[in-house]
Design a protein around this ligand. Structure first.
Ligand code: NDP
Ligand code: MG
Length: 391
């Protein structure tokens, strides 16, 4: 029986993880769970799964939840320290890191330091603190399983135990991208899209922020950096391939001309279950792939002119140090402003680029440096947004 700490239980990845736990009660037990402010959703999780400890983002949310779950034998907690504490709880074997954004970094590190198996959905933590993060994984001899579907696919397509040091017979990693809802739109058309249009991903059902990132290709930019840290490569070792059907989740091309791909229906329960049971596999209830029904798989190159975020991510990687944390922070602020209809869709990349240009990059010598870079970049991004009329 594996004890699970589910960080971000009320989100899209959280719900898919709960579905796997529910399907295999003999294998998994929800021991700890967290959410930010979704009290009703969390109350439902508490009633159905009876975790021992639950953490909310504020005292108010904690109190509301405790009142709704009166009588249940659950410890109701709140705040950042409690979040770190559940990731390190002695009853926990695996930590699913599925909080949205930079907020996921600290509790994920707490899980690493407590030597838990880490199931990493929260790509932002690896993007912002990559070297520190991977050093801690190595130092504590932790099993890190990528949950992001592309990285999970690359992990499955690489020789075993390739995390952190890709084997020398690998020629390229082929990172697939759906291209998002605006793949074939003109720049003029994209200028006026609404948050609702940007959130409508053609193949995946996901949280708001990652859906916007997918539409702007920032998600692929973050994933490029994520792959570099996970597999010990650079952007030059990775080709991004647009594959609108999202059936191939990524590939590895070998020196002898072989290409190994991982395929499946676009459903996050597949990589989640794989991470939870690796090196074994279990039932997920995801239907098998109907290749004849799908008929065709298509591929094209990404258009960096219409989707400059992808290039910005590669620039940030080569710039190194805190540039990646700055880009991530700028993007989190810009996406929030777009969702609030303060800026247009294309302005997200403009703001990301301006923040990267304005801020000097520093070596990531400590976690404090990462937090400082994140804070600075958020301030600069907010100033840029306030200083202009965007729409
Ligand atoms: P959602 O927005 O659906 O869920 C986010 C979760 O994080 C919720 O439980 C939310 O709680 C919690 N949360 C939000 N802000 C904070 C905060 N400041 N502090 C603590 N908890 C917070 O996101 P997704 O599930 O889509 O994505 C989660 C992570 O997984 C992201 O990093 C994303 O990039 C990654 N990922 C997601 C994929 C997907 O298919 N969805 C695929 C690959 C990666 P509340 O509900 O209370 O707000
Ligand atoms: Mg992905």
């Amino acid at each position: 029986m594996q004890g699970i700490c589910l960080l971000g239980a009320t989100g899209s990845i959280g719900q898919s993880t709960l579905d796997i736990i529910k399907q295999h009660p003999e294998k998994f037990q929800l021991v700890c769970a967290s959410a930010h402010s979704s009290v009703d959703k969390m109350a439902d999780i508490c009633r159905r799964f009876r975790p021992a400890r639950v953490v909310m983002g504020s005292e108010k949310a904690r109190d509301e939840l405790a009142a709704k779950c009166h009588g249940l034998p659950i410890s109701f907690e709140w705040g950042s320290d409690a979040l770190d504490s559940i990731a390190a709880d002695p009853q926990v074997d695996q930590v699913m890191a599925a909080i949205m954004g930079f907020a996921g970094l600290k509790p994920t590190l707490a899980g690493i330091r407590a030597k838990k198996r880490i199931l990493l959905a929260n790509k932002e933590s690896l993007v912002t603190a990559g070297k520190l993060f991977m050093d801690e994984v190595a130092q504590h001899d932790v099993m890190l399983l990528p949950i992001d579907s592309e990285h999970n696919a690359i992990f499955q397509s690489l020789p075993q135990s390739a995390l952190g040091a890709t084997k020398k017979d690998v020629k390229k990693i082929l990172l697939t991208a759906s291209g998002g809802p605006f793949r074939s739109w003109t720049l003029d058309d994209m200028r006026h899209v609404s948050p609702e249009q940007a959130c409508k991903h053609p193949n995946w059902s996901m949280g708001q922020k990652i859906s916007i990132d997918s539409a702007s290709l920032m998600n692929k930019g973050l994933e490029l950096i994520e792959a570099c840290w996970l597999f010990g490569v650079t952007p030059a070792d990775i080709d991004v391939v647009v594959h609108p059907e999202s059936i191939i989740h990524s590939m590895v091309s070998y020196l002898d001309g072989s290409v190994i791909a991982q395929m499946g229906n676009p459903d996050m329960r597949i990589p989640i279950a794989y991470g939870m049971t690796w090196p074994d596999r279990i039932e997920t209830s995801v239907p098998s792939l109907d290749l004849v029904g799908i008929g065709q798989l298509n591929f094209e190159s990404p258009d960096l002119e219409r989707f400059p975020n992808l290039k910005l991510a590669s620039d940030a990687w080569y710039c190194g140090g805190t540039a990646m944390a700055a880009l991530n922070a700028a993007n989190e602020v810009a996406v929030a402003a777009f969702l609030q209809r303060k800026i247009g869709f294309l302005d997200i990349a403009t703001i990301n680029g301006e923040v990267l240009n304005q801020l000097e990059s520093h070596p990531v010598a400590s976690l404090e440096v990462v937090f400082e870079a994140d804070e600075n970049a958020r301030r600069v991004a907010k100033n840029i947004i306030e200083a202009r009329v965007w729409i």
